[in-house]
Unconditional design. Structure first.
Ligand SMILES: O=C[C@H](O)COP(=O)(O)O
Length: 350
């Protein structure tokens, strides 16, 4: 077993300018799961958890090298940006959400790009749709109806999002209610206090209960990484959630003071890699919170490609949790076509 999270051997980096392999074609596949085996869950291995160590400065150095590098250009960039759209969990998680806002978000999900941009890019035949629409439980039914016929799944944030501190039974019932209303993905929040007190057994047991309540719906475990104090805690919590059956691990609710960052992502991605090496199971990754620019999205995609390979850049293994990223991607695509940036009102979200 490889004991060092940070210093595991890295796969070769791609050449600058290389596009994700047949990015646009894969975006067109109605189901990109390619025989994906769902995480069955494993016994809690406290020895393994105890072996996890993160070298924070090595993590920051490596993550810093991603943003500093030249990004993909020209047509390759357009292909990466189209791919990025298929990886977004198009999200609205505001206390003033209304059915009308959720319906408008779903209308945007049906047509994520303006028709003139689609035509100029010549991608009208491709299935460029977001990975999911992500809402509070109260709006699951609205979203399911508004997305009818598209195949776009609805993801619900459950378990007393964003704090996750309601009674356990209440949280479990919330998951069941969201699944009953048609959510195919459930984003749960873990109790950060369990990580801070190193209560790995408690975290594992809760996560297993959440997974059981989800049934066939896929479960994403939100760690609230900005509140976990250390990268070693982030890495250990990632492992415990994966052992308990998480389909995805996700950084943040978007409501913490610090949300997704590249160093934290690296700590989690390395745990996904280690878990895969040990179990053969592929776990998805979802950075969330504050990812609003196309450039940032490209950095995350480069990190995934370099650490886990192109294979992981598919909606069943990677998502952005983002409420405003699509707007910037659309602007950048238009800029790539025309050389001009559009005014915000030309790219309305909701
Ligand atoms: O899970 C998704 C996040 O709440 C979205 O955060 P954001 O609004 O900063 O993009």
């Amino acid at each position: 077993m490889n004991l060092r999270v940070v210093d595991q051997p890295k796969p070769a980096a791609p050449k600058d300018g290389a596009a994700p392999d047949d990015a646009v074609q894969k975006a067109a596949a109605p189901d990109g799961t390619q025989g994906h085996k769902r995480n069955p869950g494993f016994p809690l291995d406290l020895d393994w958890v105890g072996q996890v160590r993160v070298n924070r400065s090595a993590l920051e150095r490596r993550a810093g090298s991603i943003g500093a590098r030249r990004t993909v250009k020209k047509d390759y960039q357009l292909a990466w940006l189209l791919k990025a759209i298929t990886l977004i969990d198009l999200t609205t998680l505001n206390s003033d959400d209304t059915p009308g806002r959720v319906e408008r978000l779903c209308a945007k999900a049906r047509h994520p790009l303006r028709q003139d941009i689609v035509e100029r890019l010549g991608v009208g035949d491709l299935r460029i749709l977001p990975g999911a629409v992500c809402v509070y439980h109260a709006f699951v039914k609205t979203a399911v109806e508004a997305l009818d016929g598209t195949g776009i799944p609805v993801a619900a944030v459950s378990t007393a999002f964003p704090h996750g501190l309601a009674p356990l039974d209440t949280r479990l019932r919330e998951i069941e209610a969201s699944v009953k209303d048609g959510a195919r993905e459930i984003d749960i929040v873990i109790e950060r206090g369990m990580v801070l007190t190193q209560d790995w057994q408690g975290l594992y047991d809760q996560m297993k209960a959440f997974r059981a309540a989800c049934g066939e719906a896929h479960i994403k475990a939100i760690l609230g990484t900005g509140e976990l104090a250390t990268q070693t805690n982030v890495a250990k919590a990632s492992l415990v959630c994966m052992l308990a059956g998480a389909d995805f691990i996700k950084t943040s609710t978007g409501k913490e003071k610090v949300n997704a960052t590249l160093p934290t992502s690296l700590a989690m991605i390395r745990m996904i890699r280690w878990f895969h090496e040990e179990t053969g199971i592929e776990i998805g990754y979802k950075p969330a919170g504050g990812i609003s620019s196309a450039k940032t999205a490209l950095d995350y995609m480069a990190l995934m490609k370099e650490e886990l390979g192109t294979h992981w850049l598919e909606p069943h293994l990677f998502r952005f949790g983002a409420s405003s990223l699509l707007t910037d991607i659309e602007r950048q695509l238009e800029h790539g076509l025309t050389g001009h940036y559009a005014a915000d009102y030309r790219m309305p979200m909701v």
